[in-house]
Design a binder for this molecule. Structure first.
Ligand code: SRM
Ligand code: SF4
Length: 553
């Protein structure tokens, strides 16, 4: 089958250099060439335009209002106070000013002009931060369980996130050459890349590490999910799960969301790293390079089947997988407010609505986090639910941090927001995402304000129902893995999905198609009524939907 055009672009990109340097100095346009658009993704950036202003620009016969989004590589999502301050200043100087925490524990800045790309990357580099391989057909930011209070394994697991990220980095030095003006290597052989070669992977690749019993990282939605197995407080190794991925395309029945399948156990240390590496080599060699809609690992897993995968993986690893070890997930959430870690340090999880760090009518969050960073008394950890943890705070410094959180209404917004709001999540969508069909993060807060009274009405306001919205079926806000998922179909219209479980081990199912807000609220009203009247003690909304046969309606 004929390779997709992106395959040619990768191969001919001269180690991901393309003609980016030339494109940067072409001031006739705010954009870059179509081929370079693909190449810069591997450097952690996307060419976008302001979709709110497309019509106005077309009318004035102007080119689209182009700018770039940059996404950082932050395995496990940790920033020091100094790095937070740097991000704050970089965001203010070169981007829209909003620091966007993503669903994979990193940050994105939007609205960066082409002429500001190099200064932005240079400023990040000065803060020891990079954006290498956070997009493109390559391993992305490695996500890991966020809450240090919850497991003695936490620090060790974060060590793995870093090790895996490093091991799966591309060998090309293009990022340093293009953005930091470093000298070109004299001997290109140093860039020989046994993993990615010159073709990289057929498609994006994601790895998450979870620590039961909290599945805050949504581990099974990743191409590779590593589930930490502990015995007497020590890490024994990981259950290895492969083939997770959430995207589907409206009207294309060959595409589907899938949770990863656990195929066995690998001991900690080198065997884990080897197993991960070889899953990538198999996907590199067997993944679909013709149809990008069918190129994710999940399709390669289903095409060849689990027995074949195990056999091929064992052959390449040169050792056998052990039988899967027992584990249970009981939650998938962030624990807001102050909690004490096993290391005697304190952690305050701040609710960041849809991951947008800014100052607004609810709280002066951006100012507060900057002031906290200035004290130098904490680190910052991002969660896969788009929140931030003010982390590693000493007992004696807690008071000072609390005062700042209170002064700027951050504590109030975190502690007094409704249960449904703090368990909600939405992807970026308009105005920057080129693939958005409907609003998500700009609409979700107002939508939640309309769901809250329904929950009050049926006295279920304390239920921790997971609700998520995405502006299209790509699933960036993991809407198909929610108890209630809204998936954009057209402007103002969504498919309503219900029945995912609270722990992240069962996807939801489409219940109503292409409905508007009035219809969504009416449907939820009916569902909440049934749930309030017929649920069993402790039964979650997602489980009730299945037991009560709602999906057959
Ligand atoms: Fe995503 C594409 C934003 C997590 C599945 N995603 C995009 C792009 C880059 C649009 C594009 O291709 O031009 C979006 C940029 C919007 C913007 O303006 O910022 C975008 N994705 C995001 C983020 C920022 C959503 C958020 O609000 O936090 C998340 C960044 C994560 C990160 O830090 O790396 C984000 N994307 C996800 C997730 C959730 C996850 O990984 O846990 C998924 C579903 C899981 C999965 O990968 O299957 C996801 N994004 C996609 C897809 C569908 C991929 C596929 O298998 O077909 C696309 C479209 C594509 O790749 O063609 C996409
Ligand atoms: Fe864009 Fe769709 Fe992802 Fe939302 S889910 S950020 S609309 S690609």
């Amino acid at each position: 089958m004929k390779p997709s055009p992106v395959e040619k672009i990768k191969k001919e990109s001269d180690g991901l250099r393309g003609t980016i340097k030339e494109g940067l100095v072409n001031d006739l346009t705010g954009a870059i060439s179509d081929a370079d658009m693909q190449v810069v993704k591997f450097h952690g950036m996307y060419l976008q335009d302001d979709r709110d202003r497309r019509d106005e620009r077309t009318e004035k016969k102007l080119e689209r209002l182009y700018s770039f989004m940059i996404r950082l590589r932050l395995p496990g999502g940790v920033l020091s106070a100094e790095q937070w301050k740097a991000c704050h200043h970089i965001a203010g100087k070169f981007s829209t000013g909003v620091i966007k925490i993503t669903t994979r524990q990193t940050i994105q800045l939007h609205g960066i002009l082409k002429s500001d790309l190099k200064p932005t990357i240079k400023a990040f580099n000065a803060a020891k931060l990079d954006s290498i391989a956070t997009c493109g057909d390559i391993n992305r930011n490695v996500a890991a369980a966020s809450h240090p209070c919850q497991s003695p394994l936490h620090a060790e697991i974060h060590g793995y996130a870093n090790l895996i990220s490093e091991r799966l980095m591309p060998k090309t030095k293009a990022w340093y050459e293009v953005w930091l003006d470093e000298e070109q290597l004299l001997d290109k052989k140093e860039e020989d890349d046994p993993l990615y070669q010159d073709r990289y992977l057929p498609r994006k690749f994601k790895i998450g590490i979870g620590i039961p019993p909290n599945n805050d990282v949504d581990v099974l939605t990743n191409d590779i999910g590593l589930i930490a197995i502990e015995k007497n407080g020590k890490l024994e190794g990981f259950n290895l799960a492969i083939g997770g991925g959430l995207s589907q395309t409206h009207g294309n029945p060959d595409t589907y969301p899938r949770l990863a399948t656990v195929i066995g156990f690998v001991p900690s240390g080198e065997p884990t790293l080897k197993a991960v590496y070889e899953v990538l080599t198999i996907q590199r060699d067997y993944g679909n390079r013709s149809d990008r809609k069918l190129a994710r690992l999940k399709y390669t897993v289903d095409k060849y089947g689990i027995p074949w995968w195990k056999q091929e993986l064992e052959k390449r690893m040169e050792f056998s997988l052990q039988p899967e070890r027992p584990y249970t997930f009981t939650a998938r959430k962030d624990y807001y407010g102050w909690h004490k870690g096993m290391n005697d340090l304190w952690y305050y999880t701040v609710f960041v609505e849809n991951g947008r760090v800014t100052d607004d009518e609810n709280a002066a969050l951006k100012t507060a986090l900057y002031e906290i960073a200035e004290t130098g008394l904490s680190q910052f950890r991002f969660t896969s639910n788009q929140n931030v943890i003010v982390a590693d705070v000493k007992e004696e410094d807690k008071k000072q941090i609390t005062a700042i959180l209170e002064k700027y209404s951050v504590a109030k917004f975190t502690e007094e927001s409704s249960t449904i709001r703090v368990n909600s999540m939405a992807c970026v969508a308009f105005p920057t995402c080129p693939l958005a069909l409907a609003e998500a993060q700009r609409y979700m807060p107002a939508f939640i304000s309309k769901v809250e009274p329904l929950m009050e009405k049926y006295k279920i306001a304390k239920e921790e129902i997971i609700i998520r919205m995405t502006g299209c079926p790509n699933g960036c806000g993991r809407s198909v893995a929610a108890e209630i998922g809204l998936i954009g179909t057209a402007y103002g219209r969504y498919n309503l999905h219900i029945g995912g479980d609270r722990e992240g081990t069962r996807l939801n199912t489409k219940y109503r198609e292409n409905i508007d807000e009035t219809e969504i609220l009416k449907t939820l009203d009916g569902l909440f009524n049934k749930y309030a009247e017929n649920r069993q003690p402790e039964e979650t909304f997602g489980d009730f939907v299945h037991r009560y046969g709602i999906l057959a309606d």
